[in-house]
Ligand binder design. Structure first.
Ligand SMILES: Nc1ncnc2c1ncn2[C@@H]1O[C@H](COP(=O)(O)OP(=O)(O)OP(=O)(O)O)[C@@H](O)[C@H]1O
Ligand SMILES: [Mg+2]
Length: 261
């Protein structure tokens, strides 16, 4: 039996910003029906890896494969067209639009115009759908008609999560989706991730919250200084081990027990 093809794969990707080598030969495979956590210290390269995977900017070298085929993503829209939805760490939402407009951004529902052409935005439809979607996802925001900049940080983040879950058909990527969320809302996002995973769509989950990572992930990839240094199993490995790899106190040679004294 052959191994399943990864839905998304990063092969030996490097990316520098001036003298800073943000990614150094990083590799990652994402299989259907898995939550893959990506962890690492501040500046380890997590967001840069997400940005390379989602067309924000191209890698300097290395390959991105989608369903086993190399892809060249020139914009986040290219990634969305493939069914990859991302909650970015910053710029998660357009602050001056309401929740419905954010959820339908770039995919606005149109009503046909009088002569069947041109048409105009079907705001009523989008608002009703959004209210239903938010309710289904148990996202509580005061009113989907309110412009998003009047919502709290956590509520804004919830809108971004709802949008990604609504549209993703192949992969959901979440960069710190619970960073601004309280306990109940964080649990809601973790539940959503499990729901997405159980529907067969893999989730890439970037977080500094180790209890959350160990609670929800199927696999944990540790990024350090731009390289994926190890993969941990949340069922058998521990948070202490993860921290050791993230900080560099554990390395390939030390974990093999043959480091020089
Ligand atoms: N657009 C950019 N221009 C210049 N340097 C950048 C840019 N984006 C990232 N970097 C640098 O690349 C390195 C990796 O940053 P990145 O944002 O990927 O880290 P991260 O793992 O997401 O960290 P955090 O946990 O703080 O979000 C850092 O040294 C950062 O300063
Ligand atoms: Mg980041």
């Amino acid at each position: 039996m052959s191994a399943p093809t990864p839905v998304l794969e990063v092969r030996g990707v490097s990316k520098s910003f001036g003298a800073v080598r943000a990614l150094d030969n990083a590799s990652l495979q994402v299989f259907p029906g898995q939550i893959v956590a990506l962890i690492g210290d501040n500046g380890a390269g997590k967001s840069t890896l997400i940005n390379c995977m989602t067309g924000v900017f191209p890698p300097d070298s290395g390959e991105i494969l989608f369903d086993g085929q190399p892809v060249h993503l020139h914009s986040p829209q290219d990634a969305r067209n493939l069914g990859i939805e991302t909650v970015y760490q910053d710029l998660a939402v357009a602050p001056h639009l309401d929740s419905a407009a954010n959820i339908y951004l770039g995919r606005e529902a149109m009503k046909p115009g009088i002569l069947g052409k041109l048409g105009f935005l079907d705001n009523k439809f989008m608002m009703e759908e959004t209210a239903g979607e938010l309710k289904r996802l148990r996202v509580r925001i005061p009113d989907p008609r309110r412009r998003v900049f009047t919502l709290s940080g956590g509520q804004r983040q919830s809108v971004a999560v709802a949008r990604s879950v609504k549209w993703a058909s192949k992969v959901v990527i979440m960069d710190e989706p619970t960073a601004a969320l309280g306990v109940a809302q964080s649990q809601m996002v973790l539940d959503l991730m499990r729901e997405v995973r159980n529907s067969g769509i893999p989730v890439i989950y970037v977080s500094h919250n180790m209890p959350h990572v160990f609670e929800v992930a199927d696999r944990i990839m540790v990024l350090r200084l731009g390289t994926v240094v190890t993969e941990l199993d949340p069922k058998t490995d521990t948070i202490d081990q993860a921290v050791g790899w993230m900080t560099g106190s554990t390395t390939m040679s030390s974990s093999a027990g043959n480091e020089a004294a």
